[in-house]
Design a protein around this ligand. Structure first.
Ligand SMILES: Nc1ncnc2c1ncn2[C@@H]1O[C@H](COP(=O)(O)OP(=O)(O)OP(=O)(O)O)[C@@H](O)[C@H]1O
Ligand SMILES: Cc1cn([C@H]2C[C@H](O)[C@@H](COP(=O)(O)O)O2)c(=O)[nH]c1=O
Length: 197
């Protein structure tokens, strides 16, 4: 089963993802952008480059996703493992659709989803850590172009579109709660998902 953690920068995904290692010692924990490949390194260069072309950036993130799928996600799923990914395809739909909002693409989110539909493996469940853009920007330190409150407001609106389209896949968790309460809510959601399996 493939479970993904999604949300704005600073929503607390990585904090939760790290804490889940103890509760699910046999699961495969992974992330996007990947941290162990040159594709991930290329993505990080684009994140840090304020002048990076947004369409080129989309394809770098998508290349990293293709490598992540073939090298990590599909083999783990084939072995019957629980895979928990800190960010995955929804991050592209939410973030790159916002970055490409004023581009020549008529419907950026649909375009990005179309590219993924040809090769990706959709998540079985997605835990969405919901936080307002101001809190997100403050917590993340606003250190890169994606971590600005105005941009994150667009990203959040895109996440809401994704949730509206597939309410059964998403579990929304209030990420303004204390870290302990957020983790309790995520663990409860995961237990329910695994029990349904
Ligand atoms: N529930 C919470 N309440 C207050 N602060 C939190 C909470 N969860 C995480 N934080 C703090 O917010 C900061 C960002 O947390 P974290 O790195 O887990 O977020 P993230 O969603 O993974 O961000 P990014 O997407 O930018 O990597 C950290 O300093 C962390 O300690
Ligand atoms: C996977 C992915 C990520 N992003 C953005 C979101 C963050 O601002 C950075 C890095 O992610 P992290 O969780 O803070 O390490 O990249 C994106 O725009 N599109 C994506 O597909």
């Amino acid at each position: 089963m493939l479970v993904t953690l999604e949300g704005l920068d600073g929503s607390g995904k990585t904090t939760v993802w790290e804490a889940l290692h103890d509760a699910y010692p046999d699961a495969v924990f992974t992330r996007e952008p990947t941290s162990d490949s040159w594709y991930g390194e290329a993505v990080n260069r684009a994140i840090d480059d304020d002048d990076a072309d947004p369409l080129a950036t989309l394809f770098l993130f998508t290349a990293d996703h293709a490598d992540h799928l073939s090298r990590v996600v599909r083999p783990a799923l084939a072995d019957g493992d629980l895979v928990v990914s800190d960010r995955y395809s929804d991050s592209r739909y939410a973030y790159q659709a916002a970055a490409l909002r004023d581009s020549d693409l008529r419907r950026p989110m649909e375009y990005i989803m179309g590219i993924h539909a040809a090769f990706s493996r959709p998540p079985d469940k997605t835990i969405y850590l919901d936080v307002d853009p101001e809190t997100a920007a403050a917590r993340s330190g606003a250190t890169n172009k994606f971590e600005q409150a105005a941009y994150l407001a667009d990203v959040r609106a895109n996440y809401e579109r994704l949730i509206d389209a597939e309410p059964e896949r998403f579990v929304r968790v209030d990420a303004t709660q204390s870290p302990e309460d957020v983790l309790d809510a995520v663990e409860a959601a995961l237990e329910e998902v695994l029990a349904e399996q």
